[in-house]
Design a protein around this ligand. Structure first.
Ligand SMILES: Cc1ncc(C[n+]2csc(CCOP(=O)(O)OP(=O)(O)O)c2C)c(N)n1
Ligand code: SF4
Length: 285
């Protein structure tokens, strides 16, 4: 186990006191140390939002990009350095709204990254507009009559579209969250964890208590390899909300495993011969 303090950064954290994001940050640091990883072996990537401030708050490599655009740079980083542990940390708006298209194609490509979605069922940074996971009829400042459209189900979407590892966890259960993160990081392929993350300032419905009253952990009697059962489980939301690995398929080759040119050393470790590029550059003269 590496020293968890290695992942600390001496910066001011701009999240509201009591925000669920704090436990996600702590769980991530613990998960990385328990997996025996060093800061230089990890890159945390994000888009825009409260959750997306994560690369600033953890001592690893980091990339903070555009809203909804966390997955493309994550894919690029993994492709040039297949030995890097690439972890996306972003909000439900960033991952399922603005970044929905990238989510779909990342699943298809089975890029070996762990995607941790801080799902507070709201847009936190921009002060509480509805996100794709906001419940129907939930009233916000700009939806005063309540949300009129059905919510997006990320678990069912990911399973149905072929993701190999699909889990849900809760920032109010830090041990469960840490173990789930470790399993996602270790999975060879795309792993998504939808993390229930109370926004104490702008979501007064899905509070810590609201989740605590409903969340229950799947136990050893549940078989996550059964896709049909997983899809049924994915639909469970209301008085009971399951957390745990909802679906896990046997590992298949990931995106970088499928590219023969990447079989040997990572691209960043290859020797470059600028002279070889001259013949291609001549075409542009
Ligand atoms: C293309 C684009 N659209 C809108 C915005 C404004 N904006 C910034 S953060 C944000 C919402 C973030 O919500 P979410 O991803 O759920 O993260 P949270 O802040 O809740 O953690 C929006 C709409 C933007 N920066 N870029
Ligand atoms: S606005 Fe919500 S999501 Fe953002 S830091 Fe505050 S509590 Fe957390």
């Amino acid at each position: 186990m590496t020293d968890v303090k290695k992942f600390d950064r001496d910066v001011e954290i701009a999240w509201c006191p009591g925000c669920g994001d704090f436990s996600i940050l702590n769980a991530l640091k613990t998960a990385l140390s328990e997996l025996d990883l060093e800061p230089h072996q990890v890159t945390v990537v994000s888009g825009i939002g409260q959750a997306a401030k994560m690369p600033q708050y953890i001592r690893t490599n980091g990339f903070n990009g555009l809203h909804g655009r966390a997955l493309p740079p994550a894919l690029a980083i993994k492709t040039v350095n297949k030995d890097m542990n690439v972890i996306v940390n972003s909000g439900d708006g960033d991952s399922y709204g603005e970044g929905g298209n990238h989510l779909l194609h990342n699943i298809r490509r089975n890029v070996n990254i762990a995607h941790f979605v801080h799902d507070n069922q709201i847009y936190g940074l921009t002060k509480g507009q509805a996100s794709p996971t906001t419940d129907e009829n939930h009233k916000t400042a700009i939806q005063p009559e309540g949300v009129i459209v059905q919510k997006f189900n990320p678990i069912a979407f990911a399973i149905a579209n072929g993701a190999g590892f699909v889990a849900r966890s809760f920032s109010g259960d830090i041990k469960h969250l840490t173990e789930t993160m470790k399993a996602a990081i270790q999975y060879n392929g795309y792993a998504i964890v939808d993390i229930l993350q109370p926004c104490v300032s702008f979501n007064k419905i899905n509070t810590f208590k609201w989740y605590k009253d409903r969340v229950y952990a799947l136990d050893h009697t549940y078989d996550p390899s059964n896709k049909s059962e997983a899809l049924i489980k994915a639909d469970e939301w209301g008085d009971d909300i399951p957390i745990g690995i909802i679906y896990k398929r046997q590992e298949q080759p990931s995106f970088t495993d499928l590219i023969p040119q990447l079989n040997d050393a990572p691209l960043i470790d290859r020797k470059r011969h600028p002279i070889d590029a001259e013949k291609f550059m001549n075409d542009f003269k």
